[in-house]
Design a protein around this ligand. Structure first.
Ligand SMILES: Nc1ncnc2c1ncn2[C@@H]1O[C@H](COP(=O)(O)OP(=O)(O)OP(=O)(O)O)[C@@H](O)[C@H]1O
Ligand SMILES: [Mg+2]
Length: 243
């Protein structure tokens, strides 16, 4: 469960995220959409406790991210748009290292299926410098899933993956949501969000323009037309591509 109340993020005098309030329940996948600069990454970073919010509250699985960050962070995983890895640790050593940080017992039994799921088992003894971009992303995701987080934040999870990788990534996200995880992801790939998300939130200049199920948001912007897709909703809601 993610509970957000009046979350704002300012950088100096500039307000990147304004008074966002929403709840995401176990089993739900919320898609954050909005033009470049709308505040998606800033929101995700505040939710995951990577940067402090300027005001407002964030509770992750019941733990306040500001007051009880360790408990909140034990329950979550954040996957940034650019994977950050350790240059001198192999793929397998990354998983061992992360398992120790999170106190995951018997991690080998969890790590191997993750290596298989993300198709990097044959690279287990290689360094990040020897991996492709998509493989690095898959390793970062495998590391983040090792402690079985209840809450997951993905910033542009599909960027850089090949078509099969995108399909597998979508399956991984949906499978974890069905198993009870609470997931928020940002993406510009709207047709893919339609397949994965139960809910969407449209941001523009840091403000929530609309949120709800895709059907609810579609109804709001459809002007009575049937079958309006998310791309058309996005364009109508944000009034073009400028933020
Ligand atoms: N560290 C920072 N310092 C100052 N301004 C920042 C900082 N990070 C982001 N911003 C500004 O905050 C606004 C929101 O940026 P953010 O990265 O959250 O947008 P986004 O919705 O993720 O965009 P994109 O679709 O391009 O990834 C932008 O105007 C950006 O310039
Ligand atoms: Mg971003």
């Amino acid at each position: 469960m993610i509970e957000v109340g009046a979350l704002s993020k300012r950088y100096g005098n500039f307000t990147a995220v304004k008074e966002l309030s929403f709840t995401v329940r176990p089993g739900e996948v919320l898609g954050l959409v909005g033009p470049n600069g709308a505040g998606k990454t800033s929101t995700l970073r505040c939710l995951a406790g990577i940067i402090p919010a300027s005001s407002g509250t964030v509770r992750i699985a019941g733990h306040d991210i500001a007051a009880d960050p360790i408990a909140a962070k034990r329950a979550l995983a954040f996957f940034p748009d650019e994977p950050r890895l350790f240059d001198y640790l192999t793929v397998r050593q990354h998983l061992t290292f992360v398992a120790r940080i999170y106190g995951v017992a018997h991690h080998e039994a969890i790590a191997q299926p993750l290596l298989d799921e993300f198709e990097i088992a044959d690279k287990a003894d290689q360094l990040p410098g020897e991996l492709s971009r998509g493989m690095k992303q898959k390793l970062a995701i495998a590391c983040g899933l090792l402690h079985a987080p209840q809450v997951m934040f993905f910033d542009e999870p599909l960027t850089g993956l090949d078509p099969l990788g995108i399909r597998r990534m979508k399956k991984s996200i949906v499978t974890r949501a069905r198993a009870g995880a609470t997931i928020v992801l940002s993406s510009h790939l709207l047709h893919l969000l339609e397949e994965v998300c139960t809910h969407v939130m449209i941001l523009k200049r840091g403000e929530k323009i609309a949120d709800g199920t895709i059907a609810e948001v579609a109804t709001r912007f459809s002007n009575g037309e049937p079958n309006v897709n998310l791309e058309e909703i996005f364009i109508r809601a944000t009034g073009g591509t400028e933020s």
